[in-house]
Design a protein around this ligand. Structure first.
Ligand code: CO
Length: 285
């Protein structure tokens, strides 16, 4: 039997309150500064409010080039529309996996005027060789996300391959070159779970409800708790009120990153080209 030493936390990046789109209130951990990234991840935003004023303005039409966005809606209803004619309803528990590639122009607008909207948007970088691929869009329904029941909880495996308490599991999305693992872990009070996170991967834990510890270290709420490279698994234990947290991990790309707003490329020249293409209306051509 192989042992899988549990990783520890090497750094904590608290989510900073800011707004994006037309004025949606978010907490941004990764991506709040260009230096605060975790290759292959560029940005991680948490949105969550029961005050419609915090989300109603949504994200009107805007472009992207050079990476992927993964939106996980925990509660609420948004409509995605893009230049390819895709329309996708993002509802409680659903995921939208969008590959901007050479270019996409899309909007994400709330379809509710009251109630709670809560979820996450992650930006996943693409290697240079894949940045200029055709745009793609994948709407993943809640019932298509594997749910692995464990003693005292549940793991929803949105992406990747891992082992959960020693049992192999495959998520709804796989096959990307950065082999991302994206899991939503829900634990009842004083429950415990272990997941494999290969040594090749950088990763983080994002606690968004309750309390939990990784080994002896308490996880900070609404923060990217960055994993150290000291093992190939994590073992999380929940506190007296239970916990909900994300595990996000992937293989680093190790290439230069030049970002200008919604364009993420490898050089300034490529950014200038993206701006030029957007002005000329050929971003998505
Ligand atoms: Co967008």
């Amino acid at each position: 039997m192989t042992t899988h030493p549990s990783r520890s936390i090497r750094q904590v990046i608290p989510g900073a309150g800011t707004s994006d789109g037309a004025g949606v209130r978010i907490k941004r951990s990764l991506g709040q500064q260009p230096s605060v990234r975790l290759d292959p991840f560029l940005m991680l935003d948490e949105f969550g409010s029961s005050d419609a004023a915090d989300y109603i303005a949504g994200f009107p039409s805007h472009p992207h080039r050079g990476f992927e966005t993964v939106t996980y809606m925990i509660e609420g209803h948004m409509l995605h529309e893009d230049h390819m004619g895709n329309r996708g309803d993002l509802r409680n528990g659903g995921v939208q996996w969008m590959t901007a590639g050479r270019g996409i122009i899309h909007s994400e607008m709330p379809q509710q005027e009251s109630g709670t909207m809560r979820g996450f948007q992650l930006w996943l970088n693409l290697p240079a060789a894949e940045k200029m691929q055709d745009a793609g869009y994948h709407d993943i329904q809640p019932e298509d996300i594997p749910e692995i029941r464990i003693d005292g909880g549940l793991v929803k495996l949105i992406a990747g391959e891992t082992a959960i308490n020693g049992q192999s599991a495959t998520g709804a999305v796989s096959g990307s070159s950065t082999a991302p693992i994206y899991a939503d872990i829900q634990l009842e009070p004083a429950a415990k779970v272990s997941l494999n996170v290969p040594a090749s991967h950088q990763g983080l834990l994002y606690l968004y409800e309750g309390d939990a510890t990784l080994g002896q270290q308490p996880l900070q709420r609404s923060a990217a708790n960055i994993l150290a490279d000291d093992g190939d698994s994590i073992t999380v234990k929940s506190g007296p009120t239970g916990a909900r947290l994300l595990l996000i991990a992937g293989k680093p790309i190790g290439e230069p990153i030049v970002q200008y707003g919604p364009f993420v490329m490898n050089s300034r020249e490529e950014i200038e080209q993206a701006l030029q293409d957007y002005r000329d209306g050929t971003l998505t051509a």
